[in-house]
Design a protein around this ligand. Structure first.
Ligand SMILES: [Zn+2]
Length: 365
């Protein structure tokens, strides 16, 4: 099967290349905002949604008028418009909030160039990118496949990266007989229906504690001062480290679950509500869970596994996995309980994950 896979590398642009990258961020943002505004206005006036092609047809004349748009890679402007279109699709299909205007002050800046006429190329210690020519890079892994596009990004701590999207072939995994239900834990990252409780890695907890400490320091400093700025970068670097650690953990876990199981059942949790949680540690674990499910989803597609999500209102915690008796309530502090009907003793989370598996298999059948 052919799939798209992204490989991310740190790049070290020189001063001139940095200027072009900044310009590219700016132009991509300009195009995005301009056409977002147009969509909003047309919707207000005519009560209809503009199509991608309708807006794309305006790009050439826009470039004639605004000559500075020609200083950056032209495919990146098109990609910006495509991203806008995708953002609207996600919105209409309920996966995301309404697209917002991008700001100069956004922490994370990106633009994407499409591959045409060998404009993107990976060498031993550098990467060729449109308009930038060769940029120094740390190439830590090699890959085979057809390059599709390259996304240049800058983090809020000032590091540059490029993510190369490649079309590559993968061999499907052999079928296995295992099925698993997964419950999102409160004290654990996840609980599997086979009884396994998966801990959040300790190093992640350590980094989170450190982040909380450094963030307190940041808020005690005068906003805009030199010290504040130094601290801001420190906090941003910690955020990056945490997100890398988290991603690494999630990749390993999802790989194991996919290789051991043919069918994987989860609860369908509303991501939009989860993201609005403002407690730092909780919001990070929510993001982890969301990311975990996303990665499971695409790995399952790659390897011929089935993912099924059961309705989030299904009472997985309150139902006895042995006899099916449903309790009236199940307060969060109860970790273990005895079923009043069949006397089974349940670990709260393992019982829930077993119910998730049972219910999911029922729905599939
Ligand atoms: Zn029971």
């Amino acid at each position: 099967m052919k799939i798209n896979k992204a490989y991310k590398f740190r790049i070290y642009p020189n001063e001139n290349q940095k200027k072009i990258i900044e310009k590219s961020f700016g132009c991509s943002r300009y195009v995005y905002n301009h056409f977002l505004n147009q969509r909003n206005e047309i919707y207000k006036a005519e009560k209809r949604c503009m199509k991608y092609t309708e807006q794309q047809n305006q790009l050439p004349s826009m470039k004639k008028e605004l000559v500075w748009l020609k200083e950056v890679d032209s495919t990146s402007l098109q990609m910006s418009l495509r991203n806008l279109d995708a953002a609207f699709k996600n919105f209409f299909e309920g996966r995301a909030d309404r697209p917002k205007f991008k700001s100069k002050r956004d922490n994370y800046k990106t633009y994407t160039s499409n591959f045409v006429n060998n404009n993107i190329e990976i060498k031993k210690d550098k990467i060729k990118l449109p308009k930038l020519k060769y940029v120094n890079a740390k190439i830590h892994r090699y890959f085979e496949g057809r390059v599709i596009n390259a996304t240049v990004s800058k983090t809020s701590s000032g590091k540059y990266f490029v993510s190369i999207c490649v079309e590559t072939k993968i061999e499907p995994l052999k079928k296995v007989s295992g099925n698993v239900g997964i419950d999102l834990g409160l004290c654990h990252f996840a609980i599997l229906s086979n009884g396994e409780k998966i801990q959040n890695p300790k190093y992640l907890k350590k980094s989170l504690d450190k982040l909380a400490k450094e963030q307190r320091k940041l808020s005690s400093k005068e906003k805009g001062s030199n010290n504040w700025n130094k601290q801001r970068i420190k906090v941003a670097r910690l955020h990056e480290r945490i997100s890398n650690q988290r991603l690494d953990f999630i990749h390993k876990l999802s790989k194991r679950i996919i290789s051991d199981n043919q069918v994987i059942i989860l609860e369908d949790l509303s991501v939009k509500n989860m993201m609005k949680n403002d407690k730092l540690a909780q919001s990070i674990s929510d993001v982890s869970w969301y990311k975990f499910v996303t990665i499971l989803d695409y790995k399952a597609k790659w390897h011929g596994r089935k993912i099924h999500k059961i309705n989030r209102w299904y009472p997985s915690s309150k139902t006895c996995n042995n006899c099916g008796h449903v309790l009236d309530e199940m307060p969060l502090y109860i970790r273990e309980w005895k079923c009043p009907k069949c006397d089974s003793i349940h670990d709260r989370d393992i019982n829930a994950s077993r119910n998730i598996l049972k219910q999911g298999l029922l729905e599939i059948a």
